[in-house]
Design a protein around this ligand. Structure first.
Ligand code: NAP
Length: 247
């Protein structure tokens, strides 16, 4: 229960990796704010699972691409749970396709959600963490942000951008005892990867040295490490949870 008394906000906490992160942080004792974009029933299920682990949990709807909504969401966390110690920027989308045929709207949607969304949430939480002289920010990037992937120029740009953003913010907030780290998952079983065509799945599997997909819980444990006491002197780092893909 190393996170007892801490409050975490997890964007995209309704499903997949975000849900597993909410549950892991709750299991370790943190109260949790579960953010979602449209799927309220799933967000409520996540929150209920957290409550069953003995912590407080609230559900907050906000499109992370909307700056004002993120400001309001952080204000609600402070109002409803009293503080904010851990911010996990996990909300993310894909709009895959070759660049030649990529509509500008698909580029913008992915960058606005995955990269600008994290900026909005970090900026909204900045003063609170700076003033309390403690905080943990964990951003969910991707192996694709490190290595690139044909058909995912928008997604990999957003995930690579998240790494640069995290390293810079880590330096900006280091003297305030606020750490900013990145978890870069490989190929994890969630709705996002279930949507991949069979051929693409097979091709991806062949690039994983461990020859199997990861589970959302594998990523959640890495996030909890960065959020926990043991990682107090670790900042600006990228931890791949990918079965060896990025090696
Ligand atoms: P997922 O199953 O598709 O879930 C996406 C989550 O993000 C949902 O909770 C969704 O909320 C939320 N979301 C989407 N757009 C949002 C917005 N504009 N504002 C707020 N929330 C929004 O995805 P996942 O596979 O768990 O992925 C989670 C993160 O890990 C993403 O950043 C993804 O890029 C990254 N990642 C995943 C993999 C993988 O293999 N799965 C690999 C590397 C990185 P609703 O339920 O309300 O729609």
């Amino acid at each position: 229960m190393s996170l007892k008394g801490k409050v975490a906000l997890v964007t995209g906490g309704s499903r997949g990796i975000g849900r597993a992160v909410c549950r892991e942080l709750a299991r370790q004792g943190a109260d949790v704010a579960v953010n979602y974009a449209g799927n309220e029933a799933a967000a409520q299920e996540t929150a209920q699972a957290c409550r069953e682990l003995g912590v407080r949990a609230v559900v907050l709807r906000a499109d992370v691409a909307d700056a004002a909504a993120c400001d309001a969401m952080v204000a609600q966390v402070l109002e409803q749970l009293g503080r904010l110690d851990i911010l996990v920027n996990n909300a993310g989308i894909t709009r895959d396709g070759l660049m030649l045929r990529m509509p500008e709207a698909d580029w913008d949607a992915v960058l606005d959600t995955n990269l600008k969304g994290a900026f909005h949430c970090m900026r909204a939480a900045y003063k609170t963490m700076m003033r309390q002289k403690s905080g943990r920010v964990v951003n969910i990037s991707s192996v694709v942000g490190l290595r690139g992937n044909a058909g995912q120029t928008n997604y990999s740009a957003s995930k690579a951008g998240l790494i640069g953003l995290s390293k810079s913010l880590a330096k900006e907030l280091a003297t305030r005892n606020v750490t900013v780290n990145v978890v870069a998952p490989g190929f994890i079983t969630t709705d996002m990867t279930d949507a991949l065509p069979e051929g693409a799945r097979e091709a991806l599997l062949s690039t994983i040295p461990m020859k199997r997909l990861g589970a959302a819980e594998d990523v959640a444990r890495a996030v909890a490490f960065f959020a926990g006491e043991g990682a107090g002197y670790v900042t600006g780092q990228v931890l791949c949870v990918d079965g060896g893909m990025a090696v």
